[in-house]
Design a binder for this molecule. Structure first.
Ligand code: AMP
Length: 146
């Protein structure tokens, strides 16, 4: 029977977070696997060379969001009794960062929600669809009703 050694859980802090986290935790226990919890902060450009400066601010908003994400992820890893090394925050496109981190960490299973903060207009959300198409390992899209 196929067993999983390294599970990558992708979280977006949407309402259904607990359902997806609990599923990943059960699988981690079942397979005695290593679990990494990832959140990707989407890059927010404060200036765009083509248009000049958009905002007259000299702050790195993206880095502040990454720090806030680290704090929120820490509450999850703490609840799951995971070491700090199990927590990852990346900046970029969620679709490609989830794939990149999965390959880099040699994950053999990615767990994510069937939908995220962008609602349930589609059968599968766009992040879930893209990860399912591009991942080189198994992907579990936990079916979320709302
Ligand atoms: P979506 O396809 O965007 O509706 O999201 C589906 C699932 O992808 C979510 O339930 C999360 O598990 C994961 N996901 C979406 N956005 C992110 C993100 N920024 N960082 C990590 N995981 C994400």
């Amino acid at each position: 029977m196929k067993t999983y050694r390294k599970i990558l859980l992708a979280v977006d802090f949407a309402d259904h977070l607990k359902v997806v986290v609990d599923r990943a935790q059960s699988l981690t226990e079942l397979y005695q696997a290593d679990l990494t919890v990832l959140h990707v902060v989407e890059y927010i450009p404060l200036s765009e060379p083509v248009y000049g400066s958009v905002l007259p601010l000299d702050i790195d908003l993206t880095e502040q969001l990454a720090q806030a994400a680290r704090k929120r992820l820490h509450t999850i890893t703490k609840r799951l009794n995971l070491p700090d090394t199990a927590l990852r925050v990346e900046i970029g496109s969620p679709k490609s960062e989830i794939i990149r981190v999965a390959e880099e960490s040699k994950a053999d299973l990615i767990v994510l929600g069937s939908h995220g903060r962008h609602g349930i207009a589609l059968l599968l959300g766009s992040t879930a669809t893209s990860v399912l198409h591009h991942a080189t390992c198994d992907v579990l899209a936990v079916k979320l009703k709302t």
